[in-house]
Design a protein around this ligand. Structure first.
Ligand code: IMP
Length: 198
């Protein structure tokens, strides 16, 4: 568990630095590589868009060949109803499948993905997430691998966004005041990228 403490008055605080992300991603990639060994290449399913960075680093740490596919889903936060926006290109029947998530929060998205992909009869189905916000879970969904457990804070960076921004930050930052960010979505830009485009 990583503690989120806001020591400064800056709009966001470093929660996980790029070196720690790289270390954990390498560890998980190696474990996944060993798990699938010499068998048929597993299908790694990146959930767009947030998992793009994590997926890219994870598969390069896996010392085996893999197949990469993407899915995109959207959820209506009020009702919890989830729908597919972009489906897989691959037929996953009889394949080893790993869902790659950026963050598991309430668990609604992962629960929907697991149910949907299970119906397609893969040989095995596992999930790996970069971040796990266990405190916010509504549905107790199985999660085989997680890089970091984090507290109930809103985070941006390394794929995670606020209104489409901050995905390209190399570190993961915890937002200090979400209401302020809602008022000014580019609030963290100067802190992250200096005065170049703030
Ligand atoms: P769920 O609540 O587990 O279904 O997660 C739904 C989605 O909410 C995740 O895939 C993220 O896109 C988004 N999300 C949840 N927490 C955060 C956060 O702290 N920062 C950015 N996106 C988040």
């Amino acid at each position: 568990m990583i503690e989120g403490h806001f020591a400064s008055n800056l709009p966001a605080e470093l929660l996980i630095d790029r070196a720690s992300i790289a270390r954990r991603t390498d560890e998980l990639g190696e474990r996944l590589g060993e798990l699938f060994g010499n068998g048929q290449p597993p299908v790694l399913v990146g959930v767009l868009k947030g998992s793009a960075m994590f997926l890219a680093d994870l598969i390069r740490a896996m010392d085996i060949d893999v197949v990469v596919d993407f899915m995109s889903i959207s959820s209506y936060s009020q009702s919890g109803v989830v729908r597919i926006v972009k489906d897989l290109d691959e037929d996953i029947r009889g394949r080893d499948v790993v869902i790659v998530e950026d963050i598991v929060d309430t668990g609604l998205s992962l629960n929907y993905l697991r149910k949907t992909l299970t119906q397609r009869e893969p040989t095995s189905l596992r999930a790996v997430t970069l971040l796990d916000k266990t405190a916010r879970r509504i549905i107790p969904v199985p999660l085989e691998f997680s890089a970091f457990e984090i507290p109930d804070v809103f985070v941006v960076g390394y794929g995670l966004d606020y209104q489409g921004l901050y995905r390209n930050a190399a570190d993961i930052l915890a937002v200090r005041d979400l209401a302020r960010l809602a008022n000014d979505p580019r609030l963290i830009v100067p802190q992250l990228f200096g005065l170049k485009n703030g």
